[in-house]
Structure formats: structure tokens, C-alpha cells
Design a protein around this ligand. Sequence first.
Ligand SMILES: [Zn+2]
Length: 432
Amino acid sequence: MDLSILVKGGLVVTQNWKREVIKGDVLIEGDEISAVGHVKVRPDEVIDASGCIVMPGLINCHTHVSMALMRSVADDVKLEKFLDRTFAIDAKRTPEDVEVGATLGCLEMARSGTTTLLDFYYSEDIIAKAVEHIGLRGYLGWTVLDEKFTTQKGKPIKNCEDFIRAHKNRPLIKPIVSIQGVYVCSDETWHAARELANKENTFCQYHVSETRFEVYEHQKKTGKRPVEYLSDIGFLGKGDIAAHGVWLTINEIRELSKAGVSVAHCPVSNMKLASGGVAPVPEMLAEGVNVCLGTDGCSSNNSLDMFSEMKFASLMHKAHRWDASVMTAQKCLDMATVDAAKAVGAEKVLGSIESGRKADIVIVDAKKAAMVPTRQDNVVANLVYASSSHAVRDTIVNGKFVLRDGKIVTLDEAGVIMAAEHAAQELLNRSR
Ligand SMILES: [Zn+2]
């Protein structure tokens, strides 16, 4: 028998197609939501959500979670120096560092209401262990690039294939293919990655047009901008996720739209690295591109908090366009929930609180000073503009509590933090 949990008396931000906000209950049976509204059943357990907001778990569509160990190692410096510093530290990492870094990053996500992450890294087998241990949902992509550029042992494409084969059919993990970007991938690598994704019935994510330098260098080499090039070699595919997409022309945006590629917008990382430009998200939306949000890694953000990512996404475009009506709070919440679910091909499974969806639910305390007053008509604005991870009280993934009443229940949080502090210091010592 599946355990039933009734989340009772909250203000439920359903994110259903009508974007209804209702005062009521959410019934969870096993790993699914089975009823929303005024539920009259006797559940195994009742969770009091009065004075709270009940919302779908947030989906972080671009991150490198294990880099949490490298938080704030290279700030306020030019991109070249940032890359030198992070690559130097990254090269010294052990498998244990990857695991404790991923666990630390997952802890931060669970505490800030993120229930699903799209990760992009090598050693995803280790990261999968950390994600499953804490109990988050992970779309994990092993990085593929040309052999001559990699520090991975063996062939990246084979490593990715082995990872996918070993991690199929798990309840919380979906293995995918990550492709580093045009600057380290030949035509053959792009095609091999696509072939692998098709064969394994999964999808591809890749970095694209993050910096002007990347675009100009690629143009010098091939005569084409990165998205034009990917379109011309016949690579772009429905269901792909392209991260960043800062330096895109309107024609490239149309190519992405035509191909059915989603864009993972990473406003904080883009602003902090000062790579220049602002991703043309209003144009992407106008052209029908599905846009979701990502934090990117902790060395460039330096946080994994999707609440602040939603706020920055809105403010960045308002400031840039001199228009307070672009990128509304509702759109930003959509990009972190339903649009993100669509990006990963799970629009019927994740992203909203509706009967039949997976029970990935976050309960936010609306009695925190920063959240008062919260009403039905301002709750979405409060979540995007006023809230922070500190207001998250409970995080439920696949019907199970990860964070309950402000406490992580799936692992020893204090132990993880101690181990992470120690590993981060050792890593710095080794890379000096
Ligand atoms: Zn990235």
C-alpha cells in the first residue's frame, strides 16, 4: 500500500494551465499527487500547511552541482583569470571531492526548494550517488568533447554511453548527454553525441553562445555563428536544451524555435562573469522558444538558489529594456516550473500541482516577515520578488520528504557540511 500524505490548508500555487491559486489541500499517494482542492479522505499522515504556500518544486535546468566545493574561489576577475583559476582547482579534484561537492550542492538545493536538477559534468556516476542519497530528481549528463581536449580517462563518448547504460530505469535519475560546446567539439563529436542520445532514447544539453569570444572565434574558424553551424551540420534536435544563448541573432533564435530546442537562461552567471550582452529572452519567447532557468555552477553564481535566479531573470530584462512589463513574476515562475518540465520532456509529469503529477512539492512559510502580506493575488510576486530560500519549510520529492520542518531528513547535514569544509580547504591547499 502506498503511504498517503495530506498537505492541508495551504495556499496552493498549482501552476496548472489556468495558473490557479487555490486555498486547499494536496493529497499525495505514493510518489504521485492524487487530488488537489478540498480533499475528504483519511490519509496516513496530515501535514499542516496553514499560513504556508504550497508550490511545485523548482527545476534548475543548468548546473554543475559538484562545483559547490569551489564556491567563491575566483570572484571579481576577468573571464580569462576566472577560467585559469577554476580549471587549475578543478584539475586537482578527487572522486571524493566530486561526491562531497555534489552532496553539498544538493543540500543547498533541497533547502532552497529545488527538487530537480539538470547537471552537466564528468563523473556523473558519482554525482548520481549523491543525488539519489539525498533524494532529489536528477537529469544527469556526462560531458562529451573531443578527446584531444579532455582530462577524462578513456573516450568521453564511451564514458557517457557507459554512464547512461548503467543508470537507466531508476526512479530519480535520468541519464542524458552533455556536449561541452563548439570550442572543443568537432562535427564528428556532435554527431556521435546525437547518435548516442537517439540510441538510448534520451536528449542532449549543450553550452551555446555564452560569450562573444566564443561566437567570434567560431565564426573565424567556420564562417558561421554557433547556432547557424549546429543547424547547418544537421545537429539541432527536438527536445535539446541549449544553455546560456546570450549572443544569438534573431535568425539563430528562429532556428532554435524551428528545431524545438529549449534555452536554459542563466542570468546570474552571465552577469557575474561580465561576459557582456544580455540573452535576448523576450525575442526567444516571441519566436516561440521554450525558455527555462539555470543557476550554472557555484564558481560563477555563487549560489544554487532558484528563488534568486527567478528574481534576477525578471530584473535583468526589465532594467535592460526599460520596461517593467517584460518578464513578469508569473513568467519567471513558469520558467522554473512548467516550462522547465517541458524542456526536459516531462510536462505531463513534473512542474505543476495537479492530480497525476509526481509529488515534487515545496512548502514555503508565508508568515516570515519578508513574505507578509501574502494573498491569493500577490503570492506569485512574493515568491519571485520577496521570497528567499530561508522561507522554504519543506521539500518533498517523489512523495518523500527531503526537508521537513526545516530539517534535512535524508542525510546527516552537519556531517556533510563538516566534510565539505575540510575537502574544500584541502583542495585549495593542493592547487596553490
Ligand atoms: Zn555550464
